[in-house]
Ligand binder design. Structure first.
Ligand code: GAP
Length: 494
């Protein structure tokens, strides 16, 4: 179990991520990634792309601009509705999110309240400014987008995009024409989003600049259920906390049949199964640390008709925390852009003419990276990051046992060979124990050591991170053995 400070200190010490611009006293809500952090993040992104774009051969990756003109974000509803409730202290001027003030006092979530409701609850609970004890001013809606003035006079109003999704909607029709003119069609973006969070906190959990991985699936609501093979999706129960039990510490195991019985469309349940599989099987999140949390009508985002958060239990953040969401956005966005731009967004597909509906699978990359660090970091006597081998920044380390007798030269040759296939790391400094310890702490699953027996043709040793056991492998077999171990195709047997 790792506290917030444990995860942050590992993260800084071992080059994953840290608060940006610390030379100038920091820059709240902004984080920089080091080499190991970038590698871990990219491995997560690759696995995400492989998993979710792999759901259909009509799903694709695109890339769009991160600055959007006001007209587009007005049409999407963000200019008017993308708000949090801001409360400011009348004495010291410190700003707070209204729902967070209530949450801190009651230990329950308070999403979806109006400014008036927040004011009433603040008075009822007698909440004062946490910073100075002063009286809190009236709650008001605060738009979270960063405004920009484009051009030399700054006349054209624009915003940094608050979600990657809008870039996809603006390009839907063009892509539909350019690709196979077939539904369902999926368009994904992995890219930056920006939000002027009122109180960025808890490390990578609430950032002002962050990465999202979002897949927008465009479909015809009349036929989607028939096209999505829920029967073939398996029968594993889903971990669900329904809206009325969100403040409970656990989740129910719900069969997909029961989930459909409770009114969720079968195509929606099918995608819940896929998301749960990604977390339990690919990311290896323990079952009891994963759940979907339903949001009720008041809590869900303004564009959603069905909204379940994806949550992972993290000791460092004090319990279940949102890392993603499964959003049924209906035709809200395409219709919005149709009326905002006066360009028809309907398409002809088979015998129907329609504005497609959208199911969005949305994930925060940084929050997922943090969740992995939290779940896999084991402090104890030996600090070790038990990342799934595929996600580890460094796949394999190579060590000469001693720095003499031609062993370092031989180890360099082994390293050069492995480097062509894996992200490998060569280390000849310090005792072998210290070198293992350094690799354990960044999650390197396998370490190869070259020793005197290697020079006698008896192969190298391969040590596994978690069991610390070793096997001897012939040099000629080493690349293939490591490939199978890293992909999970074979397991390490000592
Ligand atoms: N396109 C839908 C959308 O943006 P969202 O729930 O607002 O929905 C999606 O955001 C995901 O983006 C969240 O589940 C979370 O993982 C991540 N995210 C949102 N705000 C964030 C922030 N301030 N810092 C880090 N990640 C954030």
């Amino acid at each position: 179990m790792a506290s917030y400070d444990d995860v942050m200190s590992l993260s800084v010490r071992r080059g994953f991520l840290w608060p940006a611009v610390d030379l100038y006293g920091g820059f709240a809500g902004f984080y920089d990634y080091g080499h190991n952090g970038v590698l871990l993040r990219r491995r997560w992104e690759d696995l995400w792309i492989e998993t979710f774009l792999g759901l259909s051969d009509n799903y694709y990756l695109i890339d769009t601009t991160t600055i959007l003109p006001e007209a587009a974000l007005k049409a999407s509803g963000h200019v008017d509705h993308f708000t949090d409730i801001l409360v400011t202290c009348t004495r010291c001027g410190e700003s707070y999110r209204g729902d967070h003030l209530l949450e801190t006092k009651t230990h329950e979530e308070h999403e979806g309240l109006t400014p008036e409701e927040i004011d009433a609850r603040i008075r009822e609970l007698k909440i004062r400014c946490p910073n100075c004890g002063g009286e809190l001013g009236p709650a008001r809606a605060f738009n979270m987008m960063f405004p920009l003035g484009i051009g030399p006079m700054g006349k054209d109003r624009a915003y940094l995009r608050p979600e990657t999704a809008q870039g996809v909607y603006l390009n839907f029709k063009r892509e539909f024409e350019a690709l196979r003119r077939k539904l369902p069609m999926g368009l994904a973006i992995v890219g930056r989003a920006y939000r002027n969070e009122i109180s960025p906190r808890q490390g990578a959990y609430r950032m002002r600049e962050f990465l999202q991985a979002e897949l927008q699936i465009f479909f015809d609501p009349a036929t989607f259920a028939d096209l999505v093979p829920i029967g073939a999706a398996g029968s594993e129960p889903l971990r669900i906390a329904w809206a009325h039990e969100k403040n409970e510490p656990t989740a129910d195991d719900v069969s997909s049949k029961d989930a459909v019985g409770r009114g969720l469309p079968s195509w929606y349940v099918y995608h819940l199964i896929q998301v749960q599989r990604f977390y339990l099987n690919a990311l290896r999140v323990p079952r009891d640390a994963f759940r979907f949390a339903e949001l009720d009508e008041k809590e869900r985002a303004f564009y959603n008709k069905i909204h379940f958060d994806v949550q992972v239990k993290q000791e460092s953040l004090g319990g279940f925390k949102e890392v993603g969401g499964v959003h049924y956005r209906t035709d809200h966005d395409l219709k919005g852009h149709e009326s905002g731009s006066h360009a028809k967004q309907s398409i002809t597909f088979g015998s129907s003419k329609l504005v497609p509906h959208v199911l969005e699978l949305s994930f925060g990359v940084d929050r997922n990276v943090w969740a992995l660090l939290d779940l896999t970091f084991h402090k104890g006597e030996r600090a070790v990051l038990r990342l799934p081998p595929r996600l580890a920044p460094i796949g394999v380390a190579v060590f000469p046992l001693v720095n003499k007798d031609g062993i370092p030269e031989h180890a360099e040759r082994v390293y050069a060979q492995l480097q062509r296939r894996f992200t490998a790391f060569f280390d000849d400094s310090g005792s072998i124990g210290r070198r293992y310890a350094r690799m354990d702490e960044i999650g390197t699953p396998f370490s190869v050591t070259v020793d005197h027996e290697t020079l006698e043709g008896k192969g190298v040793t391969v040590r596994e991170r978690d069991s610390q056991k070793q096997i001897r492998v012939k040099e000629a077999d080493l690349p293939d053995t490591l490939t199978r171990l890293l992909s999970g195709e074979s397991s390490f047997v000592a």
